[in-house]
Design a protein around this ligand. Structure first.
Ligand code: TUI
Length: 308
């Protein structure tokens, strides 16, 4: 399947792995790239030395294109923006903000720049800034989310910009990919499906929560902090949501309770105080497979539907 995205990124399939903070390290990223997609290493809030090492380890494991996701709320965003240039990273995606101030330098360095956008307005701004493509991410995604759904956001972004659009949020199989293409997308970003991959290094408890989740086992917390996040509905996530609703947890207390909560989920598998960020499609994911099999299944399913 050739699209402007496979051409732009030099990959076999128009599938990009989500830049999931604490999750997307070099083992997962290189497995996705070696399977024909584009793997991403997530910057998150990680220290620069760790990310430099992850980029170098990924280069050792694949000669295929891979990228780095820069979470713009990170205090290290400026340093990481420079690191990707210094390390010759080919693809940068951004999240949780407007990367406008970095785009010129990245383009100068020959980097393909693909911001995540939750709205038409930001998509248009990114196109004017010189972005090569945008990822239109619906509220079905895991982690930090915008308000609009994938089904509504993607066609509106496709209509508003000339650059290619990658759809994200709620896509985990060939049906989702084919649907995104029907909306005008030329690629998909997939996160949650790769949580349940063999190469993903998260704690086994996290994987088990993903594959056991039902359609309703998903909850958004933290709207009152301005940074809503979609999680697996654990007891802890429900406590946070209830405290937010009835006012018994103040926004400041919420921030204190959730500092380090993603690390506690990913590294420790701590269901008592960890935040298991995960997309709304987790109910459909029932097994752990190698990335190659995940990608081959998605491609076979999508192509079958699209050839009909
Ligand atoms: O960034 C993500 N997902 C994330 S980041 C993250 S780490 C985090 N933890 C706690 C609070 C906040 C972040 C976990 N998951 N996805 C991409 C994404 N970007 N979703 C929404 C946006 C976004 C929001 C506003 C992008 C741009 C934006 O622009 C606002 C502006 O400045 O115009």
């Amino acid at each position: 399947m050739k699209t402007r995205i496979t051409e732009l990124l030099g990959c076999q399939y128009p599938i990009i792995q989500g830049g999931m903070a604490w999750v997307a390290e070099h083992t997962l990223a290189s497995a996705v790239s070696n399977a024909g997609g584009v793997g991403l290493i997530a910057g998150g809030n990680a220290p620069i030395d760790y990310l430099r090492e992850q980029i170098r380890l990924c280069k050792d494991k694949t000669d295929k294109p891979f990228g780095v996701n820069i979470m713009l709320m990170s205090p290290n965003a400026d340093d990481l923006a420079q690191l990707v240039i210094d390390e010759g990273v080919k693809v940068v995606t951004t999240g949780a903000g407007n990367p406008g101030k970095y785009v010129a330098a990245w383009k100068e360095a020959g980097i393909k720049v693909i911001p995540v956008v939750p709205s038409v307005a930001l998509a248009k701004r990114m196109e004017r800034s010189g972005a090569d493509a945008v990822i239109a991410e619906g509220t079905e995604s895991g982690g930090h989310i915008g308000d609009n759904t994938t089904m509504c956001l993607v066609p509106q972004v496709v209509d508003a910009v000339e650059i290619p659009v990658i759809a994200a949020g709620g896509i985990a199989d060939g049906r989702g990919m084919a649907a995104a293409f029907m909306l005008g997308a030329e690629g998909v970003q997939i996160g949650t499906r790769f949580l349940a991959s063999e190469e993903c290094q998260i704690h086994p408890t996290f994987k088990e929560l993903v594959i056991k989740a039902k359609d309703t086992d998903n909850i958004v917390t933290g709207r009152y902090t301005g940074h809503p996040c979609r999680n697996i509905k654990t007891k802890f996530a429900k406590q946070l949501a209830n405290g937010e609703k009835d006012g018994s947890i103040s926004p400041e207390e919420f921030e204190n309770l959730t500092v380090g909560a993603l690390r506690r989920a990913v590294v420790d598998g701590d269901v008592e105080s960890g935040s298991f960020l995960c997309g709304a499609i987790s109910g459909m994911i029932n097994d752990i497979k190698p990335c190659k099999e995940i990608i081959n299944d998605i491609m076979a399913g999508a192509e079958k539907l699209m050839n009909k």
